[in-house]
Design a protein around this ligand. Structure first.
Ligand code: ZN
Length: 207
């Protein structure tokens, strides 16, 4: 199945980049219009999704014409929208680090957002900065114990959408690494930000 999605007709260049350059690039790349609608994904985007067990869901949920805010976790929406709008308004390149770990590997990505020269949109390039096996002393693994992690008030399990650790409702300041729930998110999970990731995100929020 051809999972690559483009506008029709296929553009020869995007954001001043030759399309062939983006197509060959090994980094997952997407482009957004000025109203933050996806207009392009390169092949490496779909390779990344497949390698991280995101397919076929990614292709089913994301496509040309999808509005960014409909696929972002609610807790990250304001952050990304304000940052992308800042890049559009100022013409400045915006940089941001984020985590995208698997159950086995800690992975840190760097995102570079290039505003188009005519301010008609953004090119978003994601680069792997660091990849290593998880260090148990830093992030000890915990078993997927729903009784421990499901809130009695809300019935939900809260997982940080950056580091993927899970909050203990009885000890709200504790967020545990539960690899089984990184591999497969349990039902009735809500996305949150743990205090460290929250501080981190706000620290880098454009003024
Ligand atoms: Zn976190």
């Amino acid at each position: 199945m051809n999972q690559r999605l483009y506008n029709d007709p296929l553009p020869g260049s995007i954001a001043g980049f030759e399309l062939s350059t983006l197509e060959r690039d090994a980094h997952p790349i997407c482009a957004l219009s000025a109203d933050l609608v996806f207009v392009y994904f390169n092949p490496a985007w779909f390779d990344f999704a497949r390698d991280n067990h995101g397919e076929p869901a990614i292709s089913a949920q994301f496509g040309v014409g999808t509005l960014l805010t409909t696929v972002l976790p609610q807790v990250l929406c304001d952050f990304y929208v304000s940052a992308y709008q800042w890049a559009l308004d100022t013409g400045e390149t915006w940089h941001h680090d984020y985590e995208c770990s698997s159950p086995q590997l800690y992975r840190l990505y760097h995102q570079t957002v290039y505003p188009f020269h005519d301010s008609a949109g953004l090119l978003v390039v994601n680069s792997l900065c660091e990849e290593r096996r998880h260090i148990p002393d830093y992030r000890p693994p915990h078993p997927p114990d729903a009784a421990r992690y499901r809130s009695q008030q809300t019935g939900l399990i809260k997982q940080c959408c950056n580091c993927r650790r899970v909050q203990r409702p009885a000890e709200p300041a504790r967020w545990d690494w539960v690899p089984a729930w990184v591999a497969t998110m349990p039902p009735e999970t809500t996305s949150g930000l743990c205090p460290i990731c929250s501080e981190y995100y706000w620290k880098y929020r454009p003024a």
